[in-house]
Design a protein around this ligand. Structure first.
Ligand code: SF4
Length: 178
C-alpha cells in the first residue's frame, strides 16, 4: 500500500522528551476515510490491535486501561501510526473552533505550558507559518469529510489554554452541517 506522503515534519526531538502526555485522554476524532487509511496501514505493517476504534458520538482511537491512545507507544513516546495519524494530531499544537455567528473558523495555538512544541513554534515564526499551512490544509479537508453529528460533537469539546492566532471564512458546505 501507499503510505501517505510525509504529512507532518517529525517533531519527535521535541515531543519525545515532553512529559505532558498529550496522547493521554486525547480522543482525536477520526473520519470514516481516516479510519480506513489507518486500518490499511496497520494491516500492511502487521500491527495487530484489537478493535482500535471506539464509535461514539464521533469515532476516536480506543484508549488503553491507563487512558493513553491505543496508538501511543509509551516506551518510545512515539505514535505508531505517525504517517497516517488523525488530522487533528497532525495539526497540533494548532487547533480550531467554528464561530457560527460570524461564519468563521478560528485558529488557536496551545500555550507553551501545555505544549512545549507550541513554545518552540511561537519563538520561530517561520516554523509556525510552515506548520500552520500544513495544519490548515489538514483541518479544512477533515471538516469537509466529517459527518454533521461528529462535527457538532467535537465542537462541544473545550480546549483550554489556547490563544487565537487567526480566523477566516469557513466554507458554506461545512457551515451547513451545524
Ligand atoms: S493517534 Fe498518535 S498522535 Fe494522535 S493521540 Fe494517538 S498516539 Fe497520539
Amino acid at each position: 500500500m501507499r503510505v501517505e506522503d510525509e504529512r507532518q515534519k517529525n517533531f519527535f526531538n521535541i515531543c519525545g522528551t515532553c512529559k505532558i502526555d498529550c496522547c493521554w485522554n486525547a480522543r482525536p476524532p477520526i473520519t470514516e476515510k481516516r479510519e480506513k487509511i489507518i486500518l490499511e496501514y496497520l494491516k500492511a505493517y502487521g500491527i495487530r490491535i484489537e478493535n482500535p476504534f471506539e464509535h461514539a458520538e464521533y469515532t476516536f482511537p480506543r484508549e488503553t486501561s491507563e487512558g493513553y491512545c491505543v496508538f501511543y507507544d509509551k516506551a518510545t513516546r512515539k505514535c505508531i501510526v505517525h504517517s497516517v495519524k488523525p488530522e487533528t494530531c497532525v495539526a497540533g499544537p494548532v487547533t480550531f473552533d467554528i464561530n457560527t455567528k460570524t461564519g468563521k473558523i478560528e485558529w488557536y495555538l496551545k500555550m507553551e505550558k501545555i505544549c512545549p512544541l507550541a513554545g518552540v513554534m511561537y519563538s520561530d515564526k517561520a516554523l509556525l507559518a510552515k506548520h500552520f499551512e500544513a495544519a490548515r490544509k489538514e483541518i479544512l479537508q477533515f471538516m469537509r469529510e466529517l459527518t454533521p453529528k461528529a462535527l457538532k460533537a467535537i465542537l462541544k469539546r473545550e480546549e483550554p489554554d489556547t490563544f487565537k492566532i487567526g480566523e477566516e471564512e469557513i466554507e458554506g458546505e461545512v457551515l451547513n452541517k451545524l
